[in-house]
Design a protein around this ligand. Structure first.
Ligand code: LRH
Ligand code: MN
Ligand code: MN
Length: 398
């Protein structure tokens, strides 16, 4: 009998020291966190273009997310953004659970209120700090109600001009406010992830601009505080994979906000601009998983997407985002780690690079197809979706 494409690929991989069944089992462990806000009307600060079928409430976002998971494979959960997803939270939980889905990280929105003009958690006005902490605690309560196990905290705090603020005072306020939220999160069994961003909305300084500062706050708070790495939040040229590897070692990498970018925080489909960066990052996760000391730290990293589509059709773009993440992860699983380590120890610079790139250049589409087949999904996720009834019906939404 003729061998299938997958069987030929598997034989080649096994010859290169890769246990293909292990790779397929590891793919089962990849739990993608899908952002609800990727299905709603969205745009830039210039304009938001209306698209037929944009999800109008949390329940419609869950329906869209269900489609993404249905075509891309098993594993995946929906992430809320509060108050964008404000609704009857008990009903939301029932709705999600009825579909056999779960809640991923709950994201806090502390950036759409006039009171936040001069900051939130580090605002010099005690009343505003209190208001923000109340918002944070409310989000933790919502997380508790829906059964979300982690919270993402990102703040707009910063300044626009030299002299506007005293860094030291702001650090003190930030820490105090974060601590209040942290204590409540711990009491509710919710992990607390702090997201940094170098720029935007403030131009001169941001109070949590980088991984070092986020790690500083996380360490001050306690073990349940970790760092969220959003790929679009760095200076040009920063090696994000290196940051990832350090945070895994320190047991402080809480989550990713995966996306891609050209010049700013563009929230584009992951892997469309810089697939090598995505691979390098996932490679650090897999490297962590393969070492005893770092295995649990690397396995606990939440693989969240933070994407928002300006002109792309949304469910389709989300499907491609998940597929690109699965592709990068599958490639990272194909790295012959023993061989790579030896080449690195031998200081074989080009040999080590070749070893890594061999995995990167492997076409994993047949591997992912086999993996999906084993979960009862036939065919290409994107093509299947655009030929589905749901695709046609979605456009009829009001
Ligand atoms: C900020 C950010 C943060 C927000 C999201 C909508 O740029 O990455 O994670 O919650 O965008
Ligand atoms: Mn983000
Ligand atoms: Mn962002």
């Amino acid at each position: 009998m003729d061998r299938t494409g997958f069987e030929i690929l598997a034989e080649k991989l096994e010859k290169n020291g890769i246990d293909v069944e292990w790779v397929l089992r590891e793919l089962d462990q990849l739990l993608v966190e899908v952002p609800s806000w990727g299905f709603s009307k969205s745009g830039t600060r210039f304009f938001s273009f209306e698209q037929k079928g944009d999800a109008r409430d949390f329940f419609e976002r869950v329906d869209d997310c269900e489609q993404v998971l249905k075509y891309t494979g098993k594993g995946g959960q929906i992430c809320m953004h509060i108050p964008w997803d404000q609704c009857d939270y008990k009903a939301a939980r029932e709705y999600v659970e009825e579909k056999g889905m779960t809640f991923g990280t709950l994201n806090t929105n502390m950036f759409q209120d006039n009171d936040f003009r001069l900051g939130t958690l580090a605002n010099s006005d005690k009343k505003i700090r209190k208001k923000t902490v109340d918002t944070l605690n409310h989000c933790i309560d919502v997380a508790h109600t829906v059964g979300a196990k982690s919270l993402n905290v990102w703040t707009i705090d910063g300044s626009d001009i030299p002299g506007q603020n005293d860094y030291r005072m702001r650090r003190k306020w930030m820490l105090e406010s974060l601590k209040e939220g942290y204590d409540h999160a711990v009491s509710c069994g919710v992990q607390y992830n702090i997201e940094y961003k170098l720029f935007e909305p403030s131009s001169y300084h941001m109070d949590i601009p980088d991984w070092g500062t986020a790690l500083y706050y996380a360490s001050r708070l306690g073990e349940q505080a970790k760092v969220t790495v959003d790929l679009g939040h760095h200076a040009f040229g920063v090696n994000v994979a290196q940051i990832v590897s350090l945070l895994i070692d320190e047991q402080r990498l809480g989550a990713f906000h995966l996306n891609d970018n050209v010049c700013a925080d563009d929230d584009l489909i992951p892997g469309t601009i810089n697939p090598l960066r995505l691979f390098a990052i996932e490679n650090e996760i897999v490297a962590g998983i393969c070492e005893k000391e770092t295995e649990s730290s690397a396995r606990s990293v939440l693989q969240g997407l933070d994407i928002s589509f300006y002109i792309e059709p949304k469910v389709e773009a989300m499907i491609l985002s998940v597929v690109n993440l699965q592709t990068a992860y599958a490639k990272a699983l194909l790295v012959n780690r023993k061989k790579l380590q030896q080449l690195q120890l031998d200081n074989d610079i080009l040999g080590a690079n070749q070893c890594l790139m061999q995995a990167y250049h492997t076409d994993v589409s047949l591997l992912l197809e086999e993996w999906r087949n084993r979960h009862g999904i036939q065919g290409d996720p994107y093509t299947n979706y655009i030929h589905s009834e749901y695709f046609a019906d979605r456009k009829k939404r009001g």
